[in-house]
Design a protein around this ligand. Structure first.
Ligand SMILES: Cc1cc2nc3c(=O)[nH]c(=O)nc-3n(C[C@H](O)[C@H](O)[C@H](O)COP(=O)(O)OP(=O)(O)OC[C@H]3O[C@@H](n4cnc5c(N)ncnc54)[C@H](O)[C@@H]3O)c2cc1C
Length: 406
């Protein structure tokens, strides 16, 4: 096997012989799969090679997710909350999450934790620094060639390189979840550490979906992020201006009352462009490359864990990845496409849709729906809770096979 960000399950040790070894690197999906593999005693005899070009020795992202049961990485959480707030003009509510918890993990803590676990099994895991150029599916295995010209053969390759999409704008929808966040420390109590500001849509929408997101780590420290669901990133100063407005007008802080201790910037693809989880009998795609960033929300971390668990369970039971590496259900792809279509066609209605969702459904049902675990009955309840007009027009677009345009 091979995540590359490819994990290669090498067929013979000679493939490692000429390589410089490095115990750094790997992204969310490659390292998650490696960690799940390391936890499975039935796969302890499999040799795994991880190829990654970056040192990944910085905190390049922070992952937040909700979960109703314990997860393998809970011990790394730097924050855990049992309440979230939703705000939009005319509707504001703080929701108790019931059996769910919202948690945050820093990327660097995750990278280091997984690398320590892999380093503890040197006979099983090898990590090399390299940039994969090609991955070929062969009749009896797969071959990875790095840009340095080094070749690895493996029984299976798991590929988590970022996807390269040939955009087909007449057929699919292409948006981004993009954001800039400041982690700030204040000189006095400002934040309610019990409540995540999940979506604060009270600001100007500019015909798009724009909201503030605040993760309060303590009464004096929080990540304050300006987030958009739209087609084009903004100039960094624009996001920063909106964060500043929030800091001044909502948090009531003046310059000098706070300092920025860390920053985050990102763009996550939100698209219904097909991102297949299989690239051949011996090549499995992972992470964003396999459509694990949910098209209508951009959340990916839990979906990546679910894919890792599914792959490892099948490998342990049968020796092979499952025929369907994600278990996605078609009706949820359709819901994602409809929501993307509305966001692309009339982005400013997005906040009304989310308002109706939060006003008319228990939060646990919303989370289950976004986790794609709701029953048909609950899906109907969700659909009935939002105004049908925008959906009807997007259904018409889907039937015509054309994305809606503004
Ligand atoms: C700033 C940011 C914040 C996010 N926050 C959240 C969040 O709060 N919650 C959530 O659910 N999701 C979040 N996401 C979305 C998603 O969880 C992350 O993008 C996640 O890292 C995706 O995992 P991945 O393995 O697909 O990609 P990555 O983690 O980006 O890993 C891809 C790896 O491939 C390597 N690579 C690239 N090219 C090559 C090559 N040619 N050969 C070998 N390796 C290569 C890269 O160096 C990288 O390590 C966030 C994304 C970003 C960018």
């Amino acid at each position: 096997m091979c995540p590359a960000a490819s994990l290669c399950h090498a067929s013979a040790p000679r493939f490692f012989a000429s390589l410089r070894l490095s115990y750094r690197g790997g992204g969310a999906a490659g390292l998650s799969l490696a960690y799940y593999l390391a936890q499975e005693p039935r796969l302890a005899h499999k040799r795994v090679l991880l190829i990654e070009p970056e040192t990944k020795d910085e905190n390049d992202r922070t992952w937040s997710f909700w979960a109703s049961e314990p997860t393998l990485f809970d011990g790394l959480a730097v924050g855990e909350w049992s309440k979230i707030a939703f705000r939009s003009p005319g509707f504001e509510r703080v929701f108790a999450l019931g059996k769910y918890r919202y948690r945050t993990i820093r990327g660097l803590d995750f990278y280091q934790f997984v690398h320590r676990a892999l380093a503890a099994r040197p006979a099983q895991f090898t990590v090399v620094r390299g940039r994969v150029a090609t991955v070929e599916n062969l009749p009896a295995g797969a071959r990875v060639t790095t840009e340095e010209g080094v070749i690895f053969n493996a029984v299976y390759v798991f590929d988590s390189r970022p996807p390269r999409m040939q955009r087909q704008t007449g057929k699919y929808r292409y948006l981004l979840q993009h954001f800039v966040g400041w982690e700030i420390e204040t000189d006095r109590t400002v934040f309610d550490p019990e409540v995540v500001e999940f979506m604060d849509f009270r600001g100007e929408q500019h015909h798009e979906a724009r909201f503030m997101y605040v993760l309060p780590f303590s009464p004096r420290r929080a990540l304050v992020e300006y987030t958009l669901f739209s087609a084009q990133p903004l100039a960094k100063e624009e996001y920063e201006q909106y964060i500043l407005d929030y800091v001044v007008n909502t948090l009531r802080l003046k310059p000098g009352d706070y300092q920025i201790v860390a920053q985050e910037q990102g763009a996550i693809p939100m698209t219904d462009h097909p991102l297949p989880a299989r690239a051949g009998a011996h090549v499995i795609n992972l992470g964003t490359r396999a459509g694990r960033a949910k098209p209508s929300t951009g959340y990916a971390f839990r979906r990546i864990q679910a894919q890792s668990a599914r792959l490892v369970a099948a490998l342990a039971a049968t020796g092979h990845p499952p025929p369907d590496p994600t278990g996605d259900r078609w009706q949820f792809r359709l819901f994602d496409t409809l929501l993307l279509d509305i966001m692309q066609r009339r982005g400013e209605t997005t906040r009304d849709l989310f308002r109706q969702l939060f006003e008319r459904n228990p939060v646990e049902r919303i989370f289950r729906f976004l986790d794609e675990k709701t029953s048909w009955a609950d899906n109907l309840r969700i659909m009935n809770s939002v105004a049908p007009g925008p959906f009807m027009r997007s259904i018409a677009q889907v039937l015509r096979g054309r994305p809606g345009q503004r």
